[in-house]
Design a protein around this ligand. Sequence first.
Ligand code: ATR
Length: 278
Amino acid sequence: MTDHYAVIGNPIAHSKSPIIHEAFRLQTHQDLSYEAVLAPLDGFAPLVQTLVDKGYRGANVTVPFKLEAYQLCNALTERAKSAGAVNTLIFAKDSIQGDNTDGVGLVNDIEQNLQVRFADKHVLLLGAGGAAQGVLLPILLAQPASLTIANRTLEKAHFMVQRVAVAHAVCNITVTTFEHLNPPSLKQPFDIVINATSTGLTASRLPISDQVFAQHTLAYDMMYGRETPFMAQARATGAIVADGLGMLVEQAAEAFYVWRGVRPETATVISHLRKSIN
Ligand code: ATR
């Protein structure tokens, strides 16, 4: 019997997840289907219940329902708890389990595809909204030498760190504003800089100095599909620049692994997707 899965969002027509999961299915010969489902903005929970009733095995959840999905679950993984959001639902007998694969997707893209290890690196995370919260624990578990979190609203960054119980035990964390990322407060450039703000959507430039970047720095924007002002700034300094397309595929691969116990190969999927969006 074919196992059914879906991605739920609003809007959803643009979602690349069905293409990615179809590639995983073909590659792994798993007997499953995966479709995009539009949920009404006020109708997420009933839609999930309909899928459960129809015998679906799980679903991915995207904007704007990740917080609602978190509320809906009977059980949550540690990474979903620390993210405060759920992007992967597992429909078990009499329960809905929630996971979050976004952060692992980011870390796997950086470590495996881009070949940059977090261990011993000085990392800068820009932003303290949902996207940043989603990746914080997996970044910490990758054991950077230090993590600096900069956000326009300082309290939000402090609050985000407090949610992750192990945070300060894992590495040296500094919470700061963009203004403090300038010399003389800034002593040296970072090895990895991750943009988790939503500024790419509005094309506004972050007030960060060029000096956070060096030639060896990996400047990673969690957005994909266009050159953001962050990417343009980093590129102009000579840094290595990456967008979030690999993260998109890796978070899907992790969800596929959670559901099926099989880890799909991602490099060719990323490269096909890259060609199709360019
Ligand atoms: P997402 O789910 O994409 O993370 P969000 O939760 O609304 O969306 O968070 C948006 C992030 O982008 C926040 O870190 C926000 O900063 P504040 O916490 O100060 O609001 C950041 N952000 C959005 N627009 C920004 C701008 N023009 N300059 C700096 N930071 C910005």
